[in-house]
Every structure is written in C-alpha cells, then in structure tokens.
Design a protein. Structure first.
Length: 273
C-alpha cells in the first residue's frame, strides 16, 4: 500500500480522540464539529462508534464527551513497554518526599508534552494530571524544557508553525517571546511555569539526559504559589537535578550510588518541612 494512502474516517476518529485528550472538560459534538471542521453528522457518527467501543464516554447528565477507559488501558500497555517511566519511579518518589510536591516526568510527542510518570505529593492538594495526559509546550515548565534542550530543528518548527493559546494573563502567546524565554531556560538550566497555564499554580522543571548526553525527558515539581515561592526555587532546582541525575544513571549500564536521605547542603529540617 502506498505510504500516502489514508482512510479519512480513521483520520477523523483519531482527530476526535486527540481533541478530547487536549480538553480538560470534554467537548460536545457541536464543539468537535467546529474545532475539527467536519460536518456535525459525521462527528455524531464517529462519536457513536467510538462510544460503543469504549474509547469515549458521555458525561452523565451532559452533552459533553471525554476519553473512555479503553484509551487509558491502551496507554498503560504502551507505557509498560517503556523502561523510562519505571526507571524514573524511585528517584521521583525520593524527589516528591523531599520536595513535598507532586512530580511529573514528560516526553515530547507530536508537538505536545506527554506525562509518562507521576508521583503524588503528600497532603491534600491534587492536580488534574495523569499518566498519558498531553499538555502544552509553550506554557508548562516541562514543555519549555523539552523545547529548550531538544533539537534546534524541532524547536524552530514549533515556533514557526504553532498558534499559542492563552490560558491566563501570564501565558506567553508570541513566538518571539517564547524564543526569548527558551533562551533564558537554556542559560539557567531549568524552566518555570509561573501561573501560565493555571492561576495560583507554579511548576519548575529540569532536563533528564541519557548517559550519552541525549535529552530523554523533563522532570518537574508542581505546587501552589506558597509552596513554590521565589525563595524555595534554588533548593527545588537542586532536588530536581539530583533526581534527574539518578534517572540518568539508571538508564545506563553502570549502577548509581543510592541517594542520601537528605540532599547534600540541605539539613534534615529543610528536607522535611
């Protein structure tokens, strides 16, 4: 079969799944029709087919649809075949315990960041993220890291061809401003999402490299403005970089030394408060 041969109905079904994946609150058939530029009748037929197969579900008492558990299970099976999420789990558990924050590991795929591992922080604060969820590159700390430390070709393609959605008054919405931000990220070695995707939420991220120096992923810690105040950032960068180094070592052939219960230069009280 020629490489250019495609099935329009399958393409549109995939577009529907991707649109629902990028929507936090779900979408109606009318919204999907408008967003994807397809007839409402076509969207209705495709949604009905996907719903019968368990790939989308209608939210109770509403007209909106969201991804179903079949998609989640497919993603879980895919992630089982990847070494990185499992290798990163122990260092991320250490990071979360010391930072007392929720931690994420993300990779880049098709112009978005995808969370491949997550460790919930202690306490009652929870964030609307999950393993397998896609998120934006321009307004998240993991996204900025993946762009800044990834290939120059990929970064230029993203800057030249992306429309940047605004989520808060702090969201970067121009290619020129984002390029300047990515330059700063590369210079200082970490990225910050300062209420750019969600108000009252901050996220800080660092790159994770392979032993050969290739960018593997972005590692982040997420918290409230109070948890990630300016004075807390230097310590958080240190914790993130130590965990990232442990992940790097575990992806190589040589074994890494165990992380200390308390990072060097941080006393016991600081590590547990």
């Amino acid at each position: 079969m020629p490489a250019s041969t495609t099935v329009p109905a399958v393409e549109r079904a995939i577009e529907i799944l991707e649109a629902l994946d990028s929507s936090a609150r779900g979408l109606t058939i009318s919204q999907l029709s408008l967003k994807l530029g397809i007839p409402r009748s076509t969207a209705h037929i495709l949604i009905a087919t996907l719903e019968r197969a368990g790939y989308v579900v209608r939210q109770p008492g509403q007209k909106t649809y969201q991804l179903g558990m079949r998609v989640y299970h497919l993603g879980r099976e895919m992630l089982r075949n990847l070494d990185l999420p499992q290798v990163a789990l122990e260092p991320m558990q250490w990071l979360s315990a010391n930072a007392r924050l929720t931690c994420h590991l993300a990779v880049i795929e098709n112009g978005q960041a995808v969370y491949v591992q997550k460790v919930e922080g202690p306490g009652f604060i929870r964030f609307d993220t999950r393993i397998g969820k896609r998120t934006n590159l321009h307004c998240t700390a993991v996204g900025k890291v993946l762009l800044a430390f990834g290939s120059a070709t990929q970064r230029k393609r993203f800057l030249d061809n992306t429309t940047f959605a605004r989520y808060t008054r702090k969201t970067i919405v121009t290619a020129q401003d984002l390029k300047a931000e990515l330059d700063r990220v590369k210079l200082r070695g970490y990225a910050l999402d300062d209420e750019e995707e969600e108000l009252e939420v901050r996220c800080i991220a660092v790159p994770v490299y392979s032993p050969t120096g290739d960018l593997l992923a972005a590692l982040s810690a997420t918290g409230t403005l109070g948890q990630l105040c300016d004075s807390a950032l230097p310590r958080m960068v240190q914790l993130l970089q130590r965990a990232a180094a442990r992940i790097c070592n575990h992806t190589g052939a040589r074994a890494a030394e165990d992380l200390p219960d308390t990072p060097e230069g941080i006393d016991d009280k600081d590590a547990t408060d």
